[in-house]
Design a protein around this ligand. Structure first.
Ligand code: UD1
Ligand code: CA
Length: 455
């Protein structure tokens, strides 16, 4: 049966106290609405319709995609009214309703829900709550069949005692939806068109309401303020940490680990405290990451070691290579196997081939360093003339003396040596020594200036 998904995301989110529309607030580095879109896509629907209102332009520009259509709800007159804005565009046999501020919903939960919906059944996701204050309550008859949902503000005391709450997520037979939405009224405590009233209309039309529950109540938790946002974040992180540990990753403290993207991890990976993984990160077997590292969009091959306080973005680290402490690898950094980058070294678009070393205090940009070469402390590639970038090519087994400035474009042939403190402006042939500094002069018997006597 065909499926379309409607995501409600028009509300203001006043309690966020923010210039950013609520659904754009991030959980684990991705907007809440982005998470919901990811889950929606996993269901491979024929269409995804996002109802936007507050901050519509910002939401649209951040999440525009070929498979998403946006519909504007100019005035927020209720959840039923919101779905009604999308209704004219819906043609599928099943319609699933999701919420842009309920980001932790799991695909498996939605798949279970969707198995229950057909022409004769509306599928409702409910949750048993210790404190259901604010939630719509699920009303059932004496045979346990769902008859209606009553909103908290409209509920009697007896109804408020019901602990089965409405998550808001439901799947309906598409053919009937427009008719039910057209029959909603706003004569209720909030003066809104409640989507929840569709339940009683469906029952009156002879349908049965099938219910299911999420595996975990946090899946259906929304974020109305930043405290709840932080709870969602922690829950997400706890789950991410558990997933990695079950895959064979040691987290020295799972409470001090943050994953903001996708991680592919092998076995016997070890991650010390306060590590943040962002974007797409691959950690092969035996990788070790020290404390306080930020690693984004990078591949760490077998046995690579990243020491404390290093920052990697768009880097590839070869087998058994080691980095840090306090190293910064910017996009295009690539280390061959057993290469070494030590403290206070910055790399950008630079390739250190197998066994090459840059131990301390160095900037290598737009450079290739051949296998086994050693870059002395204080070496700088002068790759930028203020307008254009140039490359530095260093062959294998080169020894760059400390504090060399390599003025690009420049090539150092295999086996070349540069004397410490050299400014290298011309290519150095293979196996040559380049001296690019003034010769030292010693003046013997030198008298230091003396202070003039006071007048
Ligand atoms: C809704 C449900 C309630 C359920 C609860 C779960 C209704 C009438 N009530 O109540 O049964 O227990 O969610 O959290 O559906 N929205 C729009 N346009 C609108 C109104 C709302 O896009 O005109 C969006 C909001 O941005 C929000 C979501 O729909 O993301 C839910 O709206 P909200 O007003 O928070 O509904 P609740 O009162 O929480
Ligand atoms: Ca709500």
């Amino acid at each position: 049966m065909s499926l379309e998904i409607v995501i409600l995301a028009a509300g203001q989110g006043t309690r966020m106290r923010s210039a950013l529309p609520k659904v754009l607030h991030p959980v684990a580095g991705r907007s809440m609405l982005g998470h919901v879109l990811d889950r929606a896509r996993e269901l491979q629907p024929a269409g995804i319709h996002v109802v936007i209102g507050h901050g519509a332009d910002q939401v649209r520009s951040q999440l525009a995609a070929d498979d998403v259509s946006f519909v504007v709800q100019a005035e927020q007159l209720g959840t039923g009214h919101a779905v009604a804005q999308a209704a004219p565009a819906l043609t599928a046999e099943r319609v699933l309703i999701l919420y842009g501020d309920v980001p932790l919903i799991q695909t498996e939960t939605l798949q279970r829900l969707l198995q229950q919906v057909d022409d004769q059944h509306l599928a409702l996701l409910t949750v048993e709550l210790d404190d259901p204050t604010g939630y719509g309550r699920i009303l059932r008859d004496d045979q346990g069949r769902v008859t209606a949902i009553v909103e908290h503000k409209d509920a009697s005391d007896a109804q408020r005692a019901i602990r089965e709450g409405n998550t808001g997520i439901l799947a309906v037979p598409g053919r009937r939806l427009a008719d039910w939405l057209g029959r909603l009224s706003n004569s209720n405590a909030q003066g809104e068109y409640y989507l929840t009233d569709v339940i009683a209309l469906a029952v009156a039309d002879g349908l049965t309401i099938a219910t299911s529950q999420p595996a975990d109540a946090m899946e259906v938790q929304g974020a109305n303020d930043r405290r709840q946002l932080a709870q969602l974040e922690r829950h997400f992180q706890q789950r991410a940490a558990e997933r990695l540990m079950l895959q064979g990753v040691t987290l020295l403290d799972p409470l001090r680990f943050d994953q903001r993207g996708e991680v592919e991890a092998g076995r016997d990976v070890s991650i010390d405290v306060n590590v943040i993984l962002e974007g797409r990160v691959v950690l092969e077997d035996g990788v070790s990451i020290g404390p306080n590292c930020v690693i984004k969009d990078s591949v760490l091959k077998r046995g690579a070691i990243i020491k404390a306080n290093s920052h990697l973005d768009g880097a590839v680290i070869g087998e058994g290579a080691d980095v840090g402490p306090f190293a910064r690898l910017r996009p295009g950094s690539e280390l061959g196997s057993k290469a070494h980058v030590g403290n206070f070294v910055e790399l950008k678009n630079a390739h250190l081939q197998d066994g090459a070393k840059a131990g301390h205090l160095t900037y290598l940009g737009d450079a290739s360093i051949g296998p086994g070469s050693n870059i002395g402390a204080g070496t700088i590639t002068c790759n930028y003339d203020g307008a254009n970038k140039f490359r530095t090519e260093i062959g294998g087994d080169v020894f760059v003396g400390s504090n060399s400035s390599l003025v690009a474009p420049v090539t150092l042939g295999a086996g070349a040596t540069t004397a410490a403190g050299s400014v290298i402006t011309a290519d150095v042939p293979a196996d040559a020594l380049a001296l690019g500094r003034a010769r030292q002069v010693n003046k013997t018997g030198w008298q230091r200036p003396k202070k003039a006597p006071k007048a």
